[in-house]
Design a protein around this ligand. Sequence first.
Ligand SMILES: [Zn+2]
Length: 297
Amino acid sequence: MRTIDLGGVRVDRIVENESLWLDPFWLFHNIDQPTIDRNLPWMQDFLFDRAANRISLSFHSFLIRAGGFNMLVDTCVGNHKDRPGTPFWNQLAGDRYMRDLARHGLTPADIHMVMCTHLHVDHVGWNTRLDNGRWVPTFPNARYIFGRDEFDGHAARQAASAEPINRGSWHDSVLPVVEAGQAEMVGFDFVHSLGLEERVTLIPTPGHTPGHFCVNVEGSKGEGLITGDAIHHPIQFREPHLVNNGDMDVPRARATREALTERLADSGELMLPIHFAGPCAGRIRRDGEGFRYEFID
Ligand SMILES: [Zn+2]
């Protein structure tokens, strides 16, 4: 994805892994082979590997820059995290993420704000780094913005569970930020001004998790919506019934996904998906009874 200029606000991707090839039956619990087969004709090679029958997701943050202000939305899986249940996320030690930041002339100390659309394992990872055996915030000067409903929802689940929730990420990637005093719990009415017209606002999209939100980025020339895990892959525009393995409230997640699709198709607003591979950003178009996704690049 090339730098997107919304007018006074620039958007880039900071990539951890731009195509992780996953078993589609793991990603979507209720998918079947006929559903896959009827979508093969339109899926680009970066979305689906026909020979291996594997589906591709990207893991990246969005970097929002306005004036001298630098903000990251969602922080992937992170390095050195123990994820024994998911081998492809266990003990990662990649250097792409920090190289991408450096490519934009940034170090972790230059990030002023980190925002998480929700608190699942693949959206909080780079929140923390290992420092002499302790998890500390990766971005020492950042305010970390977490949704209040989201935080409270997971806190209640953890209080009721003897096992670590969210594959351990609650303990190694969320709580250390709170303990460091850098977390700020916000309502859906949170607004961060980036200039006269430029700003970041939240759109409640619960279902995947209790307090999931999308992040709307407005510049003087246009806007873009970071959609988090409201939708995982373009196949869901054609097959809205597909349930992601992380959808906590399945009917609500589907209703949210369908409403969001309608909204973006009607407005023509730029979509900034957090898991789409390839060129990533694009627009939703109506196509007969359904929808299709048009990548921009
Ligand atoms: Zn995710």
